[in-house]
Every structure is written in C-alpha cells, then in structure tokens.
Design a protein around this ligand. Structure first.
Ligand SMILES: NC(=O)c1ccc[n+]([C@@H]2O[C@H](COP(=O)([O-])OP(=O)(O)OC[C@H]3O[C@@H](n4cnc5c(N)ncnc54)[C@H](OP(=O)(O)O)[C@@H]3O)[C@@H](O)[C@H]2O)c1
Length: 339
C-alpha cells in the first residue's frame, strides 16, 4: 500500500517550525547499515520532499562527517523548504570502529558546530541536538553552551537525544528545548517511563528514532549476523542476533496479522503505531524512519494515513515487554542506563 499524497504537518515543539509529521533518517546513507547506492539515496531525498517530508536527520558522527557532506547539495538546493537537524557529542575513534566517546563540554560544542556548518555548507542549523549525554558535565552547562549558539545565530532550535525526563526538565529550564530524539517503537518503549511524559508536559516534540526497529519490524531481515554484511552495526545489537532474534521474530505475528487484514506492510503498521502515540497523548510525535529508497519512502509516508483501531492497538500492546535482548550492547550508551 503506497500513494503519493502529501503528509500532514505538526509543530516541532512549542516555538518551533511546522514540519511534516514524518521526517527522514539519513544515517544509513553513509553509515551503519551496509553499502549505499548514492544516486538512489539522492533520489530518495527529493522524493521525500515531494511527499511533504521536511525534517531531515543527520549527525556529525555518521560516517565521520561524510553524511553531512553528502546531504549538503540537497539542503542548499532546498534551503527554505527543509528543516536540517544534526547532532554533536559522540566522538569516534579512528583506531576502533565500535568505540564511542561522549563530549558535552563548551569548547567541544563550539568546535563541533563550526565543523557541521562547514560540512553542511549552510549559515544556520535549524535543530541542533546533543547526541548523547556525558554525566560528568552538568546538563545546564551543556544547554547553556548550546543557547549561546542560538544567540549567535548559528543554530535556530535545540534538541536532546537519549535523555531522561528529569534531564529534559533541567535542560528546558535553561533554554526551551524544541525536540527530544530517542528510540521509540513497538520494540522499544523504555522512553515512556519519564522522557515521554516530560516532553508531553513541556510541549517538546518527540522524534522517535529507529521506529522500524532498524528494519527488523518490517521483516526485511530476521537475523543480523546471518544476513547482513560484516560491517553492519546491527550485528552488534543483542536483540537482532541469534536466539534473541529468533524469539523476537515470533513477536511480529500480531503485526503481520494486522498488516494482512489491511493490505498494508508490517513496516506501515509499525509506523502507524508510533504515529498513534501523538493523538493518544496530544503531543507532536515525528518519527524519522531511515531509508535510502524511493519506494520505501513512499511506503513509509503512506503509513501516516493508517489509523489503528482500539482492538489493533490492544493486540500490539504486549510486544515491547516480551522483546529479548537490549537495544544496545552497552546500555550505558542510552538514557535507560541512567534511570
Ligand atoms: N539519536 C540517535 O542516537 C539515533 C540512533 C539511531 C538512529 N538515529 C536516526 O534515526 C533514523 C532512523 O533510525 P534507523 O535508520 O536506525 O532505523 P529505522 O528507521 O527503524 O530502520 C531503518 C532500516 O529499515 C529499512 N527500511 C526502511 N523503510 C523500510 C521499509 N518500508 N521496508 C523495509 N525496510 C525498510 C532501511 O533500509 P534501507 O535504507 O535500505 O531502505 C534501514 O535498514 C536514522 O537514520 C538516524 O537519522 C538516531
């Protein structure tokens, strides 16, 4: 099921711009999910825009800057139509592809924003996120440094990724936060403990990442180690490998049943569930499914028009609590590690 109707819009936080209710995750175009056909990826960016997708998500660490550079011609060609979101804070180690260091200090932020502006080749970043939290740096200090960038015109709106509800509240007291970005899907609902209620109360938009469970919820792969290329990051995520993946595959049965009854795909049902969280809570929820293909962006945006019935929602409800295996191999890399 896919059509080409333009998607609806929603506000990106209380003072933020209106954006398409579904954004586009661009990470896979340069990083983490195996080889990319770059001309199809470029065509996907254009197709997404035609369909009303205006929020484009990247980060400085995706491909060590390569993703921002790749996106820059598209952003420059459509500067007034797109909302550019990028992130700072995860520092890669060239000697170890899996190592992740986190920096939240002011000197680092000031250096990171200049590097992103240069690679993106724009004057201002629309939404600038702290990608991960370094608990050694008070969040007030980090957001204070980010607020300076707003005052200087380098950044328009602020965002935080993988923070807890209390961290979001403390940050929002220093400077309005437009959006929080964390993993939220049929398989990953730990954010509902504190982050989602805080965002709802403060009028902060929620931007769910990996809303398709990094592809697993679509059925596109069933066991990362057995099916994906050696450099694919999903081979390091416990829930998508071996015995965990086998158990988790069975959890997709209700998703499959609903999809078949509606003539939809599994991925569309998974996305419809994420979109349904907006109406259920009266808040902006703007998922950013990642894809490098025009056909899939058409399929994913069409999911914004599926309204799940209460019976369907009830059938999907138990899934997350039964998932085997964590979101990350090291959960200290997530907000759940601090709750
Ligand atoms: N803040 C953070 O820490 C963080 C962490 C992870 C991701 N993100 C952001 O969130 C975005 C989305 O998350 P994600 O890419 O990790 O996971 P996702 O959106 O849940 O899934 C992406 C995967 O699903 C595949 N896919 C997409 N649409 C599909 C469809 N209709 N049918 C079958 N397969 C489909 C994609 O393959 P193809 O590309 O080949 O279509 C890709 O492998 C990223 O691009 C990134 O911008 C942020």
């Amino acid at each position: 099921m896919s059509d080409t109707t333009v998607i609806d819009t929603a506000p990106l936080g209380a003072g933020g711009p209106r954006v398409g209710v579904q954004g586009l995750g661009c990470m896979g175009m340069a990083f983490a999910y195996g080889p990319t056909d770059t001309s199809e990826a470029r065509a996907t960016l254009e197709r997404a825009l035609e369909l009303g997708v205006t929020l484009y998500d990247t980060a400085d660490m995706y491909g060590a800057g390569e993703n921002e550079t790749f996106l820059s011609p598209f952003f420059r060609a459509h500067r007034d139509e797109v909302t550019i979101a990028t992130k700072f804070g995860i520092v890669l180690d060239p000697a170890d592809p899996l190592a992740r260091n986190v920096r939240n200090d002011r000197p680092y932020i000031r250096q990171a924003v200049e590097a992103s502006l240069r690679r993106l080749d724009v004057d201002v970043i629309d939404l600038y996120y702290m990608h991960r939290r370094d608990p050694a740096v008070p969040i007030e200090e980090t957001v204070g440094a980010m607020a300076e960038l707003v005052a200087e015109g380098k950044v328009k709106h602020l965002g935080l990724s993988e923070v807890t509800g209390p961290e979001l509240r403390a940050a929002h007291a220093v400077h309005p936060i437009a959006a929080i970005q964390s993993e939220w899907s049929l398989f990953s609902r730990d954010v509902e403990r504190t982050a989602v209620p805080a965002a709802e109360e403060l009028g902060v938009a929620f931007v769910p990442y990996s809303p398709l469970g990094r592809g697993f919820l679509t059925g596109a792969f069933t066991d990362a180690s057995g099916e994906l290329t050696a450099d694919d990051f999903r081979r390091h995520l416990p829930r998508y490998n071996g015995a965990n993946a086998e158990a988790n595959r069975a959890l997709l049965e209700p998703v499959r049943r609903i999809a078949e009854a509606r003539g939809a795909t599994l991925g569309q049902v998974a996305l419809a569930w994420v979109h349904a969280q907006a109406a259920a809570r009266g808040m902006s929820v703007i998922p950013i499914p990642g894809t490098r293909s025009r056909a899939r962006v058409e399929e994913n945006t069409a999911a914004t028009r599926i309204e799940l019935t209460p019976d369907e929602t009830a059938a999907l409800e138990p899934i997350a609590s039964r998932v085997r295996g964590d979101r990350y191999a090291d959960m200290s890399f997530s907000s759940a590690g601090r709750e």
